[in-house]
Design a binder for this molecule. Structure first.
Ligand code: NDP
Length: 479
């Protein structure tokens, strides 16, 4: 099946007729082609967005809200179709796409459709000066949204929904590895009555299509989620043009387990926080630190649980771990298992590719647990972004805090304890944008989302996203 660009409400071939193959990770087969769009396609998309902006930005909030909520309803009505497409494109279990990815994409539109009607700005009376100031929050104009392959529609819509809710028009690029649900979204937008040109979806490689969005002089803001190196590259291009930038980047998140936690709940959740979506979630707790007194018990129970996980075809209802997203990514993840061995790590379980009967060329890997000799080894410092976690014991709160913070990343951290004072002490000091205590990946869309250090700049979520996608203007009136 050939995917097309969605520009000005229409599906179009790329101007230059350059195409890329789209792989099905569950069997390694090419099942379609997608455009490798150039700056000419981006120009086309930009012009459509620019033309749509005056009218869209002046639509009442109720009208914008109504259309966003309609898109949300249509996504829900098409849940099965979208979940199948996501699973086929990405390799994730269809059960996961159905329970998480697509419902969350629908929630993104519904949430921002509602949030925009509640978005307010401040006023300041300049007492004694006979003046009143108010802040206008105006849409930026044409903005660029670039998203990764791990949660394709979920993260794509997490950017697009607030951007258009706030009155902007968008040129967006999904990852070239997982373009399918973004392509299908175009149809839904037309059906929901989104005016043409408000959202333009352009497909292609990051280095051609993505870069052309970032380099476009009149696309004034870029919201990017992806790897830290790509984020740094984008920042270098965007900074001299004074673009507004939101960067959601990599993570190497600690999962810190104290002996006083609710053990069963912790174990259950830690299996998920380690291997959900084949470990390809920026929020996965890939470094597990366990208090020494329960280390051996945890190690034994955790490995028993991991060995019971079923690696299999994404469409099989019993599958816990599907296929990794691509062959190069599988090779990258496997290379870290070798690095771990070279660094005197012990592979406690997993570590090998899995041949799934009937799908022998798929990209399957066993969930892998590595016991590391210290926290400074590469597998404990570098983002692997696959079904690989490290475990090691700790003795004191101070020690584990130091190890948790001793990485370049700072996206999320998970803490398992029932000690309130410790919870407060640790939450204050953990270098992360999000701290989960006795839970993982529990999301309230009103909360700020993002990371510190090499995990990014800026926050998404709730009014933070609407602030990013608007320019504040101070109006001062003397009376
Ligand atoms: P990449 O950085 O490789 O790509 C992300 C997106 O950027 C893709 O659409 C990619 O296109 C595009 N891109 C690549 N190069 C450029 C460029 N020069 N200019 C503009 N766009 C470009 O990340 P992955 O897709 O591999 O995603 C995995 C990464 O994303 C991990 O590091 C993960 O931690 C991070 N991530 C962060 C999250 C967060 O919220 N902080 C959430 C989810 C993931 P293409 O794919 O076509 O190359």
């Amino acid at each position: 099946m050939n995917i097309k660009n969605y520009i000005n409400g229409k599906f179009k071939n790329p101007v230059q007729d350059y195409w890329i193959e789209n792989f099905n990770p569950s069997n390694g087969e090419v099942y379609g082609q997608i455009p490798n769009s150039t700056s000419e396609d981006i120009e086309d998309a930009y012009n459509a967005a620019k033309s749509a902006f005056p009218s869209w930005s002046k639509k009442t909030l109720e009208e914008r809200s109504r259309i966003l909520i309609k898109i949300s309803e249509l996504l829900e009505a098409n849940l099965q179709r979208f979940a199948e497409a996501e699973s086929k494109d990405n390799g994730k279990p269809i059960s996961l796409a159905k329970a998480v990815d697509i419902p969350r994409a629908a929630s993104n539109f519904r949430f921002f459709g509602n949030a925009i009607t509640q978005f307010a700005s401040e006023s300041h009376e300049s007492v004694g000066q006979n003046a009143i100031n108010y802040t206008l929050r105006q849409p930026i104009g044409v903005v660029g949204c670039i998203s990764p392959w791990n949660l394709p529609l979920y993260l794509f819509t997490w950017k697009i929904a607030p951007a258009i809710a706030a009155g902007n028009c968008v040129v967006a690029k999904p990852s070239e590895v997982t373009p399918m649900t973004a392509y299908l979204l175009g149809e839904i937008c037309n059906e929901a009555g989104l005016p043409k040109g408000v959202l333009n979806i352009v497909h292609g490689l990051g280095t051609t299509t993505g870069q052309a969005i970032v380099e476009h002089t009149d696309i004034k803001a870029i919201s990017f989620t992806g790897g830290t190196a790509t984020g740094a590259h984008i920042a270098k291009i965007a900074a001299p043009m004074f673009k507004k930038l939101s960067l959601e980047l990599g993570g190497k998140n600690p999962n810190i387990i104290f002996a006083d936690c609710d053990y069963d709940d912790m174990l259950e959740t830690t299996v998920r926080s380690s291997f959900a979506n084949q470990g390809q979630i920026c929020l996965c707790g890939s470094r597990i630190f366990i208090e020494s007194s329960i280390y051996e018990r945890f190690k034994s129970d955790f490995i028993t649980r991991i060995k019971a996980l079923k690696v299999g075809h994404p469409s099989d209802a019993n599958t816990n771990i599907g296929a990794l997203v691509s062959k190069p990514h599988l090779e990258k993840v496997k290379s870290y298992i070798e690095i771990a061995k070279d660094e005197n790590g012990t592979v406690l379980c997993g570590g090998k590719e899995v041949i799934v009967k009937g799908f022998e060329n798929g990209y399957y890997l066993e969930p892998t647990v590595i016991e590391v000799p210290n926290d400074e080894c590469r597998v404990n410092q570098e983002e692997i972004f696959g079904p690989v976690v490290t475990i090691m014991p700790f003795d004191t709160e101070e020690d584990v805090l130091a190890m948790a913070n001793k990485v370049k990343y700072g996206l999320s951290a998970t803490l398992w304890t029932n000690d309130l004072k410790r919870t407060l002490r640790m939450s204050n000091q953990l270098q992360a944008g999000i701290v989960w205590v006795n839970t993982w990946m529990m999301r309230d869309l009103r909360t700020p989302f993002g990371g510190v250090k090499a995990s990014g700049v800026g926050r998404e979520g709730g009014f933070e996203a609407l602030r990013f996608f608007t320019e504040p203007k101070n109006v001062c009136i003397k009376y």
